[in-house]
Design a protein around this ligand. Structure first.
Ligand code: ADP
Ligand code: MG
Length: 392
């Protein structure tokens, strides 16, 4: 789960990681008040679940409370499009007003789980402020990596090594070592999947401060942190992803697709998308209904696919074990009837009650083609696309 910068900053504050003085506002008047209270130059920062705000006017330096009010007024209620959002952008419902710091140097530090070694890995670079993907591509030697030990944690000498690699001034070395140690505790104690500070800055008076903060929380561990679970902001998801989130379905919209996919199991879903792509039918979404979806979830999954304007036809690929084919089939028929669906539907079904499922679909009076396997399904899709013609 993704959270906002102001929420991440609160967590950092709680763990003793230095951040700029800042408050969050939902109205322009509040923004003005906060800027006046801070009483010096401030930055107004759009609070959205995406980085890259600086480049598109989502982070603005202002000199007066009146200016802060104006910038807040133009940001609040708008949608911010950055290189990390889709073309529709994400809604700005809050802005953070932070004291402007006099920056000497912008650095980078992050912690993620490295699946290969099964441990948290710290990545640090003197090249902060720009995207780490770019640093990784053009100057990979500038990224310093250290793994934390799952049992021992991060040792002080490791933290110090990282501080040295960041080439901080001698006077800031102790504070940086402490900041890195505290950041590691933030990661572990909150069950994060990502903590990223970009930039971590050295100020003109050699203070080390986390200027930006991005934290992702591990969904599967959220039950251990009820107070963190409350930080969820579904409004940042696109409307269809929001619906899927509520129905507990794994759904991701894909740009440029034509075929809506409904599959059970993430691995099967990915394989299905690859094969659809290879057949010249780019998938419009990833959708995993899971192993034990009930009829309500299946109906909702189908409606979500149907609600996507890019979808010209639907491919269902089901390997039925726990989720029975006849239940899925009835879900599809019910949802198709309710939405007056006329799109062609291609279904590959195997496993528990597959024959029963295909019979239900065939007897539904809908535009459904059954296929014995995925290869057969792709042939059917190609045929349908050809019949529809012209829309390439
Ligand atoms: P994003 O990563 O979404 O672009 P950041 O918070 O990293 O947003 O801000 C972008 C840039 O704006 C930073 O690299 C920094 O140069 C500047 N900036 C952000 N906050 C402040 C601040 N409090 N004081 C001075 N400069 C800031
Ligand atoms: Mg940033």
């Amino acid at each position: 789960m993704n959270i906002h910068e102001y929420q991440a900053k609160q967590i950092l504050d709680d763990f003793g990681v230095p951040t700029p003085h800042a408050e969050v506002a939902s109205t322009a008047a509040e923004a003005k008040e906060i800027a006046a209270r801070i009483g010096r130059r401030v930055v107004v920062k759009a609070q959205v679940h995406a980085g890259g705000r600086g480049k598109v006017g989502g982070v603005k330096l202002v000199n007066t409370p009146e200016e802060a009010e104006q910038v807040a007024a133009s940001l609040l209620g708008s949608r911010l499009v950055t290189n990390q959002t889709g073309a529709n952008g994400v809604p700005v419902e809050k802005v953070m007003i932070a004291e402007a710091l006099d920056i000497k140097d912008e650095l980078y530090i992050s912690i993620v789980i490295d699946g290969d070694i099964g441990a948290p890995v710290l990545m640090a670079s003197t090249e902060g402020g720009m995207e780490i993907e770019e640093v990784a591509e053009y100057s990979p030697e500038k990224i310093f990596r250290v793994a934390g030990d799952p049992l021992i944690g991060l040792t002080t000498y490791h933290a110090r090594d990282i501080a040295l690699a960041l080439e901080v001034p001698a006077g800031a070395l102790r504070a940086t070592t402490k900041l890195i140690t505290d950041l590691y505790r933030v990661f572990i104690e909150n069950d994060c999947s990502l903590v990223e500070i970009n930039p971590l800055v050295i100020t003109q008076d050699d203070q080390i401060i986390a200027l930006d903060a991005k934290i992702n929380l591990e969904d599967d561990a959220l039950f251990r942190h009820p107070e963190l679970a409350k930080l969820r902001d579904s409004n940042q998801l696109d409307p269809l992803e929001q619906r899927a989130d509520k129905a507990d379905l794994a759904y991701v919209k894909l740009e440029g697709g034509r075929v809506g996919c409904m599959v059970n199991g993430a691995g099967l879903a990915m394989a299905t998308m690859d094969i659809a792509n290879a057949a010249g039918a780019p998938p419009a979404n990833f959708l995993d209904i899971g192993g034990s979806a009930d009829q309500g979830q299946i109906e909702e999954a189908f409606k979500i696919i149907m609600a996507d304007d890019d979808v010209e036809m639907i491919l269902v690929n089901l390997f039925a074990g726990i989720a029975r084919s006849d239940v899925v089939a009835e879900g599809i028929v019910a949802a198709a009837k309710e939405t007056n669906a006329t799109l062609p539907i291609v279904v590959a079904m195997r496993g528990t009650n597959a024959e029963k499922g295909i019979k239900i679909l065939a007897g539904s009076g809908l535009n459904i083609t059954g296929a014995p396997d995925l290869a057969g399904a792709t042939v059917a899709i190609k045929q349908k696309l050809q019949e529809m013609g012209g829309s390439n």
